[in-house]
Design a protein around this ligand. Structure first.
Ligand SMILES: *Cc1c(COP(=O)(O)O)cnc(C)c1O
Length: 444
């Protein structure tokens, strides 16, 4: 214990002495995270204990294969680490099968799709503009090139129209349906999706990258009993390291694709040797740490708070005249239609960044602007809640957001001016909030 702590202390000191350039960048980034108000839906701030694992000597271990069946010697500790991570993931999500090796959420999805499908098979996934992810069949992704992809959208109210999805599934007979999203603020009915998948004999993949923390804490319906396979990235709502996770519930034991072996066996081969080589064992240890943290009462309280924060943030924004896609939220995510007020997403994003508020531009349903401009802004409460902010603090956040936006003078699609007095006022208020609600474990 003392030796490891000493190792990390010296490593940091050595870095400062040997490479001041990169050391200063690391310091600057830590400061930036502490001093800005991150309202980004697709990230969280990992506790220092997770980062300690991710930067550990386990990263030196080359361990192709799985625990007990490696292609390299010297893996006894690595095996214990990976077994622990798998056990914790299964426990956290009540899953029968877990694979902790995917390097990212995208890698996890690709491994699943390429193991369950043949090139040219039909995939039914959510349209990118409706909130889906690139790997759900977008033409910009390899998934859109190797499979025949059909997208489902949302109804005029912004909600998934399950009748329409069912109708579409009956018509196109997909081999696999993807549910789950990157910018969908509402509850997803996984049981309904399974009914639709069963109706056309399709596999169901639930991608819970954005809502994995809410699912783990019981704050969002659980896909694991319904989807054949569930995937997630581990750095978003699980407050873990960069990486991905594949889970399977009761279907893990059923026959795999083409009736061969089991689904679990197919998923295991899908990651290694099909899609990846050596796993990142330091990352796997960091995942194990994050899974343990996510199974505590403190995490469940955090998940509840971040959901209530988002709900309140939505109310406060509507009160201040902002238009929200679907009018509100059930999860951590609030999607604002800034186009309705004549702004573009990119201009609002940049103006807020100048004030120390970090958000991201996002296309919304029916968006007429390209992806680097957009008409929407996506907010999330993962880091606000981690800082200890509760629903009562959301009025202040909504105020700062609106003050900055209302001060913006939009000069063109991507050009704007933010008058210095308004900017400085919001900046000072952001700095005060960050001081009052420091990131746990990070230097204030
Ligand atoms: C972020 C995200 C991913 C991709 O995860 P990466 O780890 O960034 O590759 C996949 N699916 C959904 C729904 C996401 O939001």
């Amino acid at each position: 214990m003392v030796r490891l702590a000493e190792f990390h202390r010296r490593a940091t000191e050595n870095l400062a002495a040997e490479d001041p350039e990169i050391f200063r960048l690391l310091e600057r980034e830590m400061r930036r995270q502490a001093d800005t108000l991150a309202m980004v839906a697709a990230c969280s701030t990992a506790p220092p204990s997770v980062l300690a694992c991710a930067g550990s000597a386990l990263g030196n271990v080359t361990a192709e294969g799985y625990p007990g069946a490696r292609f390299h010697a010297g893996c006894e500790v690595a095996d214990d680490v990976e077994r622990l991570a798998v056990a914790r993931a299964r426990e956290l999500f009540g899953a029968d099968y877990a694979n902790v090796q995917p390097h990212s959420g995208s890698s996890a999805n690709l491994a699943v799709l390429f193991s369950l499908l043949e090139p040219g098979d039909t995939v039914l996934g959510m349209d990118l503009d409706a909130g889906g992810h690139l790997t759900h069949g977008s033409p910009a992704s390899v998934t859109g090139r190797y499979f025949r992809t059909v997208g489902y959208g949302v109804g005029p109210d912004g909600f998934i129209d399950y009748h329409e999805v069912a109708e579409l599934a009956r018509r196109v007979r997909p081999k696999l349906i993807v549910c789950g999203a990157s910018s969908y603020p509402r509850t997803i009915d996984f049981a309904r999706f399974r009914e639709i998948a069963d109706g056309c004999g399709a596999w169901l993949l639930a991608d819970i990258s954005h809502i994995a923390g809410l699912v783990a804490a019981g704050e969002h319906p659980d896909p694991v009993p319904y989807a054949h396979v569930t995937t997630t990235s581990t750095y978003k709502q699980l407050y873990g390291p960069r990486g991905g996770l594949i889970l399977s519930g009761p279907d893990a034991a059923r026959p795999g694709p083409g009736g061969r072996g089991t689904l679990a066996g197919a998923l295991q081969r899908a990651v290694f040797p099909r899609a990846q080589g050596t796993p990142d064992l330091a990352g796997v240890a960091a995942k194990a740490r994050a899974f343990a943290a996510a199974s505590t009462g403190a995490f469940r309280a955090l998940a509840l708070r971040l959901r209530l924060d988002a709900r309140q943030l939505a109310v406060e924004l509507v009160d201040r005249g902002q238009g929200l896609v679907t009018g509100g939220t059930d999860n951590h995510l609030v999607l604002i239609d800034v186009g309705a007020k004549g702004y573009t997403g990119v201009v609002v994003e940049r103006a807020l960044e100048e004030c120390g508020i970090i958000v991201n531009k996002n296309r919304i349903v029916g968006d007429t602007r390209p992806a680097h401009v957009t008409s929407g802004i996506r907010l999330g409460t993962n880091t606000l809640a981690l800082r200890g902010m509760g629903p009562a603090d959301m009025a202040a956040c909504a105020d700062l957001f609106c003050r900055a936006v209302e001060a913006v003078e939009q000069l063109g699609d991507t050009d704007y001016r933010l008058p210095a007095p308004a900017r400085d006022g919001v900046r000072a208020a952001v700095a005060r909030l960050c001081r009052d609600f420091p990131l746990p474990g990070y230097p204030a």
